[in-house]
Design a protein around this ligand. Structure first.
Ligand code: CP
Length: 331
């Protein structure tokens, strides 16, 4: 594996093979597998789980890592092509990334969407540039419209819970005080479709997932024998649900318009997952969320502190699957 940028780059059997390796590394630790290897991590945006679990995973396999958070003890990095660099950034990624890649055996980068132009963000301009700049294995730690490590961890969590590949998986928009990127919803809907599930995207008007994201997930569903639909009808969507995956994202009708988004979401604070959401769901239906989550804004305490929530297991599984990805890349 030279690139881990998108689950869609892999065949289903390759994903299942990574998940088997993750289980094997958990059952039979290999503390020297990556001895002498170095992982570089560049975080252009904040993180808790990705930052800690990538470093921990590398250490558990006997390797080392370094972390760069541009502008915090290191030079601020410019990412725009053809920028006139007379602002705060002292260095461009066109120099910074190849230099960092020369110090390590694999490089992970987190770079969220610009959040201004939907068509541009859907084309992943920054990661396209990174691919040309990095001559070492490259890992997507969350990009404009993808979070493949989260999706892989969530696939493992579904398997662990013995949630069937044909089970009903509802990705539900939930409230947040400001618009968030499309990376997790896009990666999640694709993962569940690729797994073969009955996938329903539940969202209020103004928050439909972009057609490019739905078409990609739809193709994955057709290949796996799953289904994909989208609705604003919460009662119908949640009826018979085996999994509710809560996630916040910004409006797609006025993408990048913070004021328009604020007007839309002003009426939507009841999109906070509560126990009553599960009235018609499967009896043991689970609540998933990638974290971080705002309690009693996106998901209520009664859910996060109860038996439905599997959010901490999802976060733990980040460590396990990332070790498998690192092993495949570097062992
Ligand atoms: N889910 C996730 O990627 O968490 P962090 O943003 O804390 O890394």
């Amino acid at each position: 594996v030279k690139r881990f940028l998108d689950l869609a780059d892999f065949e289903r059997e390759e994903i299942l093979d990574l998940l088997r390796l993750a289980q094997s590394l958990q059952d039979h630790p290999q503390p020297q597998a990556l001895a002498g290897k170095i992982l570089g991590l560049v975080f252009l945006n904040p993180s808790l789980r990705t930052l800690a679990s990538m470093q921990a995973g590398m250490a558990r396999l006997g390797g080392n890592s370094f972390v760069i958070t541009p502008g915090q003890g290191t030079w601020q990095l410019e990412t725009r092509l053809n920028a006139i660099m007379n602002g705060a950034a002292a260095e461009h990624i066109r120099e910074g990334i190849p230099v960092l890649a020369s110090y390590c055996d694999a490089l992970g980068v987190r770079a969220f969407a610009d959040g201004k132009n939907l068509a541009a963000d859907l084309h992943e301009p920054l990661f396209s540039m990174l691919e040309t700049l990095c001559d070492k294995p490259l890992i997507n730690l969350e990009s404009a419209v993808n979070h493949p490590l989260q999706a892989l961890a969530d696939w493992r969590t579904l398997d662990e819970l013995r949630i069937g590949t044909r089970a009903k998986f509802v990705l539900s928009w939930v409230y947040h005080p400001k618009p968030l990127p499309l990376a997790v919803p896009a990666a999640t809907v694709h993962m569940a479709a690729m797994r073969g599930m009955e996938v329903v995207v539940l969202r209020p008007e103004g928050y439909a997932l972009p057609s490019a994201i739905m078409e990609k997930a739809g193709a994955a569903a057709r290949a796996s024998g799953g289904t994909l639909s989208e609705t604003a009808d919460r009662t119908n969507a949640l009826a018979g649900a085996d999994v509710v995956y809560a996630k916040e994202w910004g409006t797609t009708t006025d993408y990048g318009d913070v004021e328009a988004d604020a007007k839309l979401r002003a009426e939507l604070s009841d999109w906070c997952v509560r126990e009553r959401w599960f009235a018609q769901a499967a009896p043991h239906a689970k609540l998933m969320h990638c974290l971080p989550v705002r309690r009693n804004v996106a998901v209520a305490d009664e859910i996060l502190d109860g038996p439905r929530a599997v959010v901490k297991r999802e976060a733990f599984n980040r460590l396990v699957v990332q070790m498998a990805v690192l092993h495949r890349m570097l062992a």
